[in-house]
Design a protein around this ligand. Structure first.
Ligand SMILES: Nc1ncnc2c1ncn2[C@@H]1O[C@H](COP(=O)(O)OP(=O)(O)OP(=O)(O)O)[C@@H](O)[C@H]1O
Length: 259
């Protein structure tokens, strides 16, 4: 589904992403972990076209996304992103109907019309745990968890193949986190979605991901099956990362909990 090859990003004199390669298969959830500043979001942003790579390739369904400094959009709507902070990622001047249907602008007219009809939209909002009445309301009227449900509805309205989830639950309370993660899992099974799941929260990664890639100062230092990574990490840095996370849990400092 997605292939990253020798990808790099340099900001001024600092290297944020350093010759990273990995592949994501159809239907799997690939977790990118690492401390703050390790380059996770920069990779996500290069995949979705927000940042141009300094070097390397990103291909999506065997099509190169970056060519000569230009981002070539895949099939409209087939690649979507859900960001961490639903507060700032939703336009406060738009009502929920406008927010959710906004990505349809990229679709052919007839298809956009069908998916913005009351039947389709009603089913969509109910599917993500909202009500049809909510369509005429505005973002400030919703809780953080509900806002993330709105962001998910907006991402899936184009019936994508692939979604980048960049810390999608990090801003939420623990109990709400679990509901959103379960919603993402069930949508994945229902729709055959492929996820890139970016998080620094190890218990969330363990719950969600099939495989894990570990970033350290922009380099991919380990790639492993999730259970093997948690029980038998191969690299010294991964071991340190895991033990610092479990210490944070014991001290009650981290937000990391099992879900
Ligand atoms: N637009 C930018 N301009 C300059 N430097 C940037 C830019 N975006 C990211 N960086 C730098 O690139 C490095 C990687 O940042 P990135 O946001 O990808 O890390 P991250 O692992 O996602 O961290 P976090 O978990 O805090 O979001 C950091 O040193 C950051 O300061």
């Amino acid at each position: 589904m997605l292939s990253i090859n020798d990808l790099g990003k340099v900001f001024g004199t600092s290297t944020a992403v350093d010759h990273v390669s990995f592949q994501i298969e159809k239907g799997e959830t690939y977790g990118l972990v690492g401390e703050s500043g390790s380059g996770k979001s920069t990779i996500g942003n290069m995949i979705c076209g927000l940042l141009e790579p300094t070097n390397g390739q990103v291909s999506f369904k065997n099509q190169e996304l970056w060519k000569n400094g230009r981002y070539i959009r895949p099939r409209p709507g087939s690649l979507q992103v859900v960001f961490q902070d639903p507060q700032s990622s939703l336009d406060i001047r738009m009502n929920i109907r406008q927010i959710i249907t906004e990505p349809l602008r990229a679709l052919p007219k007839a298809e956009a019309k069908r998916r913005s009809g009351d039947d389709y939209l009603g089913a969509l909002v109910r599917r993500v745990g909202l009500l049809e009445d909510h369509l005429s309301r505005f973002p400030h009227e919703f809780s953080g968890g509900q806002r993330q449900r709105i962001a998910i509805a907006r991402a899936i309205i184009t019936e994508p193949d692939f979604i980048i989830l960049d810390e999608p639950t990090s801003a939420l309370d623990i109990s709400i986190q679990a509901q959103i993660l379960n919603l993402l899992k069930s949508l994945q099974h229902e729709r055959g979605l492929t996820y890139l799941f970016i998080s620094h929260d190890m218990s969330v990664i363990r719950y969600m991901c099939d495989r894990v890639g570990v970033l350290y100062h922009g380099r991919l230092v380990e790639e492993n099956e999730t259970e093997a990574f948690f029980t038998r990490p191969r690299e010294a840095y991964s071991q340190r990362l895991l033990s610092s996370m479990s210490k944070m849990n014991k001290d009650g400092e981290g937000k990391t909990r099992s879900v």
